[in-house]
Write a protein that binds this ligand. Structure first.
Ligand code: NAP
Length: 471
């Protein structure tokens, strides 16, 4: 595919191969953008922002609604692209497409709701004869940088609200999975989005990222990706609005009264979907000592039942990791944990990019498999004595994206909801659950700002305050 800059589809002599992570075959190639392409894209985006400011909310709604229709109509083909470039199993890829369309429909609705607020200035001491109200305006040019693991869904969480809010968006999708993002640009243009308002640069973030995020023409950066790249972007960006959706090592607590069937069903999905390459994957489990052995026995069975293989095949529940180096990293961390005294109860072995669904018991907090972000199909279990120890362990991390507890006891559940340090808290389900309309984002090193179209539109607009001084 080509990239979209300067309001047209552009090629380059140097191209990057996009590989199928399952068998390494070349799926397609994309141009390798350079710093000069950033300048061209941003100059166009500045014009695009002006054009967008001239569109009414209803016009933005119509564009987005039409784009969502097109994604829905082409669901099968979008899902195939996700599976080919990202290795996601078919069923999960279809869900990603349905959710992507839903995000664009939600964004379309938000385009009609960019309202303002009357501020009751006479509530301030001694103020009379004044009338105050706010006006919300687009940020202008938004740089949107997305990761490999949800190549369609997370692009839509940025492009949808960005256009709904009346901005021009410059998208930089992940180099491993750029095709879904480019296809979003295709449907947006087909739906009537002004071509100056949506640029998409393909190329290495390490090579072109600094030029994009440091440029003063960019007013807002919305980034989803790893903690370290997020921190680098914040340092490089200077005075800009930023939304950072970063990583995690999400914990789950299992109390003695938990419904064990529900626990094992939930965790088999929330720990291993997309081979654990989900920012809210369950990574650490703190199981009460009273049910520790029973839980391990039941969960080991579930984990061993997860079938792996070619993600295009019906019946395969878990596909490959994105790169062999990542699968090798997870294998090393598992081995390190075993060397340090953890017990391997399922998986542990690797074949190329396919890492077996892995379960470790007796994991210690200082092991990398516990304290770093695994981003792979490995879950570690640690025994705890009571709710206080469980919450303390769950919170003993720099991350804070998603956390969960299984219990029927309202006091424990509420204590957890109040004391858990995470942006998303689940009672009686695992950490990996999201409806796209909800406010979604992390605390601590998991980032700042919220996504979900309503909240992302707030982040992608600015507020002006108007005061009328009446006679
Ligand atoms: P990543 O390596 O941080 O890359 C994310 C994006 O940043 C890619 O487009 C990458 O481009 C780009 N990038 C790399 N260096 C850059 C730089 N110096 N300046 C600007 N952009 C740069 O993350 P990933 O491996 O794709 O995704 C996995 C991570 O994303 C995990 O940590 C996961 O937890 C996190 N994540 C978080 C959420 C959330 O909602 N909180 C959701 C999904 C994923 P290249 O591909 O060209 O390197």
């Amino acid at each position: 595919m080509k990239m979209h800059i300067g309001s047209s589809w552009v090629d380059k002599d140097e191209r990057i191969e996009v590989h199928n992570p399952y068998d390494g075959s070349v799926v397609d190639t994309v141009p390798r953008a350079e710093a000069s392409d950033i300048d061209h894209a941003l100059a166009t985006a500045v014009r695009g922002a002006e054009i967008m400011r001239g569109l009414t909310g209803y016009e933005r709604y119509k564009i987005l609604h039409k784009a969502a229709d097109l994604i829905s109509e082409r669901a099968e083909s979008f899902a195939e692209t996700i599976t080919l470039e990202g290795g996601k199993v078919k069923a999960e890829a279809m869900i990603e497409v349905e959710r992507a369309a839903e995000i664009i429909y939600l964004s379309a609705e938000e385009a009609k709701r960019l309202g303002s607020e009357v501020i009751p200035l006479d509530g301030a001491p001694g103020v009379t004869g004044k009338f105050g109200f706010t006006i919300r305006v687009p940020c202008g040019v938004v740089a949107a940088i997305s990761p490999f693991n949800f190549p369609l869904h997370l692009v839509c969480h940025k492009v949808g609200p960005g256009i709904a809010a009346g901005n021009a968006v410059v998208l930089k999708p992940a180099t491993d999975t750029p095709l879904s993002g480019l296809r979003v640009v295709e449907v947006m243009l087909e739906a009537g989005c002004p071509p100056e308002a949506l640029q998409c640069l393909t190329g290495s973030g390490a090579e072109i990222g600094d030029a994009l995020v440091s440029d003063p023409r960019v007013r807002k950066i919305t980034f989803t990706g790893s903690r370290d790249v997020g921190e680098h972007i914040c340092r490089t960006a200077g005075l800009k609005k930023v939304t950072m959706e970063l990583g995690s090592n999400s914990p789950v607590i299992i109390m003695p009264d938990a419904d064990m069937n529900k626990v094992t069903t939930a965790l088999a999905s929330t720990g291993y979907a997309h081979a654990g390459q989900v920012c809210i994957s369950t990574q650490r489990v703190y199981a009460n000592r009273e049910i520790y052995s029973d839980f391990l026995d039941a969960f080991t069975e579930s984990v061993k039942g997860i079938t792996t293989g070619d993600p295009r095949q019906e019946g395969v529940r878990m596909g490959p990791m994105i790169r062999e180096s990542d699968a090798a990293r997870v294998e090393t961390w598992v081995q390190e944990a075993v060397d340090g005294g953890a017990r391997l109860v399922a998986g542990g072995q690797r074949n190329g990019t396919l890492m077996a669904p892995t379960l470790l018991a007796d994991v210690k907090p200082e092991m990398r498999i516990s304290c770093d972000e695994v981003f792979g199909p490995a879950v570690g279990v640690t025994p705890v004595d009571d709710i206080d120890e469980a919450i303390a362990q769950a919170n003993s991390t720099n991350y804070g994206l998603s956390t969960a507890i299984f219990t029927e006891n309202l006091d424990w559940a509420m204590k957890f909801a109040l004391e858990a340090e995470a942006g998303n808290i689940h009672l009686n389900w695992g950490t990996q659950w999201r409806a796209d309309l909800m406010p979604y984002g992390g605390l601590k090193d998991s980032g700042m700002g919220k996504e979900g179209p309503k909240y992302a539109v707030e982040e992608m607009t600015e507020t002006k305050m108007v005061v009328v001084h009446m006679p």
